[in-house]
Write a protein that binds this ligand. Structure first.
Ligand code: AMP
Length: 405
């Protein structure tokens, strides 16, 4: 592989990795999972598409990264790009310096499940590969262009000014990639007004005007917004006092319920997986059918609400495991938005092959596209930009110093 970037996404007990070539056409990727346990293993695809499965009993993040990097070292990665969920108010990808690492640490209370895991990965790669430039790419950064009327909550001002309580938004890497690629396919690169629906195990919507995020469904944390696999999305905030007063639940139990036991899983009492629910619904399971209906209705409501951020709607992009693969969910969601003039082509919607990009409207009204997301490719691209920009700045300062001397 020519010049390449290693993209790393560290979770609490897993590491997703991808080695992405300069023009992003070649990939080697995999997943280290069950880290810290006897079942720890690496599964992936190596050069040439061969499958890899490697048992690494009791390996921690550092050990797993060491093995991953050892296996990839002959490809000479030029840089490492880390996916970081919460960057606080950082507005773009940043070269990892002690100051930026501190900013990621400061944002930990806002992403207590994600940022500590990212920091473990960053710490390990910094120790193992001090010679490689390393960049953090934030899920929140794309949404830093939201106007204050979109990112402020109607709460006492000091909670914002002193404690950073505001809406941040997530899935920014995906919304940025999909809206850029989609508007390019539509012949109006980064121009006009677009809605994106990223529908996976985590789901969110975004409104984009001339290439910039103007509003999004997730907020202070990734719990706000549409119905997700196990997350509730929007609920009446008084549910906390209701459950505390009536069932004696503490805040941790309520938080766990909203994040891990709700959404599609909670509604169906069956599964968080949309495929399972569609199958069950086809076989007459009423709870599964209701979970699908609530998912689509709430999604349509979110898209309608976000349209307030756009002077006009040129179209809608579907992405994520559900958005890319399920014609049924796309059709049901659009059926709740007849007044927006969307004109779905049933044939194009049904016949779009999985994992492919394509236009699925019938011509009149706003465009409708399926655009498979590419978060790894986008992280690699941003990492490359930061590294090239830093190198150019260093060269310029050197030249200026020489001129003064
Ligand atoms: P992601 O988090 O983007 O990987 O998406 C995971 C979700 O996509 C799960 O709910 C899957 O059930 C769903 N998904 C994947 N393929 C399909 C499909 N063909 N039809 C419906 N949902 C699907």
């Amino acid at each position: 592989m020519s010049t390449s970037v290693l993209v790393i996404n560290c979770g609490s007990s897993s590491i997703k990795y991808a080695l992405v070539s300069e023009r992003r056409e070649d990939r080697i990727f995999g997943l280290a999972e069950n880290l810290g346990s006897a079942e720890a293993r690496i599964k992936g695809i190596t050069t040439g598409g061969a499958e890899l499965e490697l048992s690494i009993p009791n390996a921690d993040h550092e050990k797993a990264l060491e093995i991953i990097l050892e296996r990839l070292s002959h490809h000479n990665p030029q840089a490492i790009g880390h996916r970081v969920v919460h960057g606080g108010t950082l507005t773009k990808a940043e070269l990892l310096t002690p100051e930026i690492i501190e900013r990621i640490r400061e944002a930990t209370p806002l992403a207590p499940l994600h940022n500590p895991a990212h920091l473990v990965g960053i710490d390990a790669t910094m120790r193992l590969f001090p010679q490689l430039p390393q960049v953090a790419v934030f899920d929140t950064a794309f949404h830093q262009t939201m106007p204050s009327h979109a990112y402020r909550y109607a709460l006492p001002k000091f909670l914002y000014t002193m404690h950073n309580v505001r809406r941040y938004g997530f899935h920014g890497t995906s919304h940025a990639y999909v809206s850029e690629r989609g508007s390019e396919l539509a012949g109006s690169f980064k121009q006009g007004g677009w809605l994106t629906a990223h529908l996976g195990n985590g789901s969110s919507t975004c409104a984009i005007w001339n290439g910039q995020s103007v509003d999004t469904s997730m907020g202070l944390t990734p719990l706000e917004g549409v119905v997700m696999g196990t997350r509730s999305g929007d609920v009446d905030p008084s549910i906390h006092s209701f459950l505390a007063s009536n069932l004696g639940w503490d805040i941790y139990k309520i938080d766990k319920m909203l994040n891990s036991q709700s959404g599609l899983l909670g509604l169906s009492d069956l599964s968080n997986d949309m495929r399972t629910l569609i199958e069950a619904s086809d076989q007459g399971n009423e709870d599964a059918a209701l979970a699908i209906e609530v998912f689509c209705y709430r999604l349509a409501k979110s898209l309608a609400a976000l349209s307030c951020g756009l002077p006009r709607i040129d179209g809608l992009f579907f992405t994520g495991g559900i958005g890319e693969n399920s014609a049924l969910i796309r059709e049901k969601t659009l059926a709740y938005l007849p007044h927006f003039g969307f004109n779905l082509s049933k044939d194009k919607n049904d016949s779009l092959k999985r994992g492919t990009e394509g236009r699925i409207d019938a011509g009149a009204g706003p465009q409708i596209w399926v655009v498979p997301t590419d978060e790894e490719g986008r992280i690699a691209k941003e990492t490359q930009h930061v590294v090239e920009h830093e190198a150019a700045s260093a060269k310029k300062s050197e030249a200026e110093e020489e001129a003064v001397a």
